[in-house]
Design a binder for this molecule. Structure first.
Ligand SMILES: [Zn+2]
Ligand SMILES: [Zn+2]
Length: 399
């Protein structure tokens, strides 16, 4: 448990994380980090098994902590009933002779080796089985390592359901820096979303009286700035840069646990990104990487805030937005220079996503502000025009 006193309205913040290790060679420390567990159940997929699972399994075996492992071989893009069922079913050797007078043959810890789906599925299995879980990250690709909500695919759509947060987060930089390049871009893109997220949170504080914590916001901005400053080194798979991104995920994940809501990790950019993602899921298409969707939505929301800065007469609002303009400009420059791939380029799809985002979630953001001012429709159309134009010129630039 991490806890500290704060001068915000909560007075004290707590998070149920027992420990984390983000360093080169971190997996070698697993026996020490997980010393309270003796029957570890490792879950990976074929890719993450190759990247880290095989090594992790070996370390667990050598230290007498290994219980069972499951290597999923399906192409799973989002957790679904089948994945969850398999994880629960294979928690114990199906051929093992049972002895009802013996101690429970179940594992005492689930260890997820992966980043997106594997981690999300284990979080859910952990919650449903009442077992603690830990995660060894294999890609710095998304900010969900420490969150409790789990995306889940069912009935042809996606929703977010309750899971547990991990007790330990382990990120071995030697493994993480070898992740596919687009996953690394997605990770930093997910972090960029914190800028619009923090501005939305400030907006909600001042225009709808929502709870706000200055300390947590400052920590998130600081972590995001580090990602932005060192981000160009992702090209060289610089371990320090990968570390910044992983620590950024940790800061935002902890922020969510500390405040009991997802404000420290997401704002309107995440809602718009989810709307685009849902459209793909419903059309039967595999969704894009979460962080890439968020990155593009961040650029879109930044355009909306810039329009608002130019057109509003509200001095306080201008002051709020102005603080974030240098961040927005730096993100746009990064996306162009690093050629961060856009996920939605069709103008109509962009607009549909923004409009759906307004009704998808009851959360005060720039979208609600614009709705209350009677400007939502107009801004959605104009911002989509600008982004679509920006993306098409950028594409032509590189042709
Ligand atoms: Zn606070
Ligand atoms: Zn995210």
């Amino acid at each position: 448990m991490i806890r500290f006193a704060c001068n915000c309205a909560m007075g004290e913040h707590r998070a149920p994380l027992e420990g984390y290790e983000i360093s080169s060679g971190a997996i070698q420390k697993l026996p020490e980090i997980l010393k309270d567990y003796h029957r570890v159940y490792m879950v990976a997929d074929r890719n993450t098994y190759r990247a880290a699972g095989e090594q992790v399994e070996q370390i667990l075996k050598e230290n007498g902590m290994f219980h069972q492992s499951l290597v999923l071989d399906d192409e799973v893009v989002l957790p679904n009933a089948q994945t969850l069922g398999k994880i629960i079913l294979y928690a114990n050797d199906l051929g093992a002779k049972s002895d009802i007078f013996q101690y429970s043959p179940l594992p005492d810890l689930i260890l997820a080796v992966g980043s997106g789906t594997i981690n999300d599925s284990c979080r859910l299995a952990s919650y449903r089985m009442g077992l603690p879980y830990a995660v060894v990250g294999t890609a710095p690709s998304m900010d969900g390592y420490a969150s409790a909500g789990t995306p889940f695919l069912h009935d042809g759509t996606k929703s977010t359901i309750q899971g547990t947060t991990p007790k330990y987060i382990i990120g071995d930089l030697d493994i993480l820096k070898e992740a596919p390049y687009d996953m690394m871009l997605a990770g930093i893109g997910d972090m960029f979303g914190k800028y619009t997220g923090m501005l939305d949170w400030e907006l909600a504080r001042d225009y709808s009286g929502e709870y706000f914590c200055e300390k947590i916001k400052a920590d998130v901005i600081e972590a995001t700035n580090k990602c932005l400053e060192n981000g160009y080194k992702l090209r060289d798979r610089d371990p320090e840069c990968v570390k910044n991104v992983m620590e950024g995920f940790l800061v935002t994940g902890l922020g969510m646990a500390f405040t009991g809501n997802s404000r420290p990790a997401s704002g309107s950019e995440h809602i718009v990104a989810h709307a685009w993602e849902l459209a793909d899921v419903e059309a039967g298409k595999p969704p894009h990487l979460h962080g890439l969707e968020v990155c593009e939505a961040t650029r879109l929301i930044a355009i909306m805030y810039k329009m608002l800065l130019q057109e509003t007469e509200d001095a306080h609002l201008k002051e709020l937005i102005e603080k974030y303009i240098p961040y927005f400009d730096a993100v746009e420059e990064f996306c162009v220079k690093m050629q961060v791939p856009p996920t939605v380029t069709d103008r109509e799809e962009l607009v549909k996503g923004i409009k759906r985002a307004l009704i998808m979630r009851d959360r005060y953001t720039i979208l609600f502000y614009l709705r209350d001012q009677g400007k939502f429709e107009e801004y959605a159309e104009r911002a989509a025009d600008r982004l679509a134009m920006l993306l098409s010129t950028r594409r032509n630039d590189h042709d």
